[in-house]
Design a protein around this ligand. Structure first.
Ligand code: SF4
Length: 302
C-alpha cells in the first residue's frame, strides 16, 4: 500500500538521515498588510504573537537560535536544524537587510536549511536570487501564504493580494533549486467544502514541493476575535476538519511534502477551536480516516 501522506519528518529523514528540527524565528520584519501599505488591520485571522514564541520579544536572532536549539536538543534529541523565518512577512525588506538577517545561519554549523515564510506579493527577482545563493550549502524552502485560491475569499479575509499574485510568485520562483510551498486555511467561514477542494484542484498542478494546512482558529487580538465573540462565526469541528483535509490530500500529488497537517496556537491566545491543540489526536484521526477510506495523499490526483 502507498504511504498515507508524505510527512515533512519523513522527507527530512530521507534527505539528512536523521531528525531535523525547524527553529521558528522572528527576523524583525513587518508586513505591508499591517504597516499601512495595504492596510493597518492585517489579515482578519492574524495575530503573529499567537504562533511564534519569539515574536516581538526583541531577542536578537543569534540568541533566538541558541535558545531554540537548546530546547529542541533537550526535547526532541535533534542535532540538525532548519532556521525558519516565520513571523510576519519575512521577505519584506531591502535585499541587503534580508541578506544580513538570513546569513546569521552561517554561524551555526548544525543548521542545514533555511525556510522563509512570506506573502506572494513580497518577492521579486533580487530576493529570489538571494535565496538561491543559499542553496549551495542549505536546503531552502520558500513558503507562500496563499490561504485560498478564491479571490472573493482572499478579499473577505483582507489578504490584499490575489490568486494571480500567487501564480506569478510561483512562476518566478520556479527552476531555482528552491523548495516552494503554499499555506492553506481550511474552514474559512464563507467557504464550503467544495470551495476548499476547488483550491486543491487549482493548485495541484503547480510546480510546488509542499503544502502546509491550517485550520481556521480564532486568536485574541485578531479582527475576527470580535466577530467570534459576537457569535457571528462558525468554525469547523474536528470531524469536519478531518473529512476536508483528507479530501484535500487525495487531490494533491503524493510527492508534495506535507509540512503540517494541523496548526496549533499558543493557549494564551487561542479562543477556538481548542481541539486543534490536541495535535497527536488529530493526526491519528487523519490517518485513521485515510485508512478507513482506503485512501492516501494523491489518490485522486492525475
Ligand atoms: S497573516 Fe501574514 S500577511 Fe497577513 S497580516 Fe499577518 S503577517 Fe501580514
Amino acid at each position: 500500500m502507498a504511504r498515507l501522506y508524505y510527512s515533512f519528518n519523513n522527507f527530512l529523514k530521507e534527505k539528512f538521515g536523521e531528525r531535523v528540527h525547524k527553529l521558528s524565528l522572528d527576523g524583525g520584519f513587518s508586513c505591508p498588510n499591517l504597516d499601512g501599505t495595504f492596510s493597518h488591520a492585517g489579515c482578519f485571522f492574524c495575530n503573529n504573537r499567537a504562533f511564534s514564541r519569539f515574536t516581538r520579544q526583541n531577542i536578537p536572532l543569534y540568541q533566538q537560535i541558541k535558545l531554540s536549539m537548546e530546547y529542541a536538543r533537550r526535547r526532541f534529541k535533534a542535532n540538525k536544524f532548519i532556521a525558519y523565518f516565520q513571523a510576519f512577512t519575512s521577505t519584506y525588506a531591502d535585499v541587503s537587510v534580508l541578506k544580513e538577517r538570513y546569513q546569521i545561519i552561517k554561524e551555526f554549523p548544525e543548521i542545514v536549511g533555511l525556510a522563509v515564510s512570506t506573502r506572494p506579493d513580497c518577492i521579486d527577482d533580487k530576493k529570489l536570487g538571494l535565496l538561491e545563493e543559499f542553496t549551495d550549502r542549505y536546503m531552502v524552502w520558500l513558503e507562500y501564504g496563499l490561504q485560498s485560491a478564491n479571490n472573493r475569499s482572499l478579499q473577505a479575509m483582507n489578504r490584499n493580494h490575489t490568486y494571480e499574485d500567487f501564480l506569478k510568485a510561483v512562476e518566478d520562483a520556479e527552476n531555482r533549486n528552491i523548495y516552494l510551498a503554499a499555506h492553506i486555511i481550511l474552514g474559512l467561514p464563507f467557504e464550503t467544502k467544495e470551495d476548499m477542494l476547488d483550491t486543491a484542484r487549482k493548485i495541484s498542478h503547480l510546480p510546488l514541493s509542499g503544502i502546509k494546512f491550517h485550520c481556521l482558529h480564532i486568536v485574541e487580538g485578531s479582527v475576527w476575535a470580535d466577530a467570534f465573540k459576537k457569535k457571528k462565526m462558525r468554525l469547523l469541528n474536528q470531524s469536519e476538519y478531518i473529512d476536508i483535509v483528507v479530501s484535500f490530500l487525495e487531490l494533491v500529488p503524493s510527492y508534495w511534502v506535507v509540512l503540517r497537517l494541523i496548526s496549533d496556537a499558543s493557549p494564551q491566545y487561542l479562543m477556538a477551536p481548542t481541539w486543534i491543540n490536541n495535535k497527536q489526536e488529530v493526526l491519528r484521526s487523519i490517518e485513521h480516516e485515510l485508512r478507513r477510506r482506503n485512501s492516501w495523499q494523491g489518490k485522486l490526483w492525475s
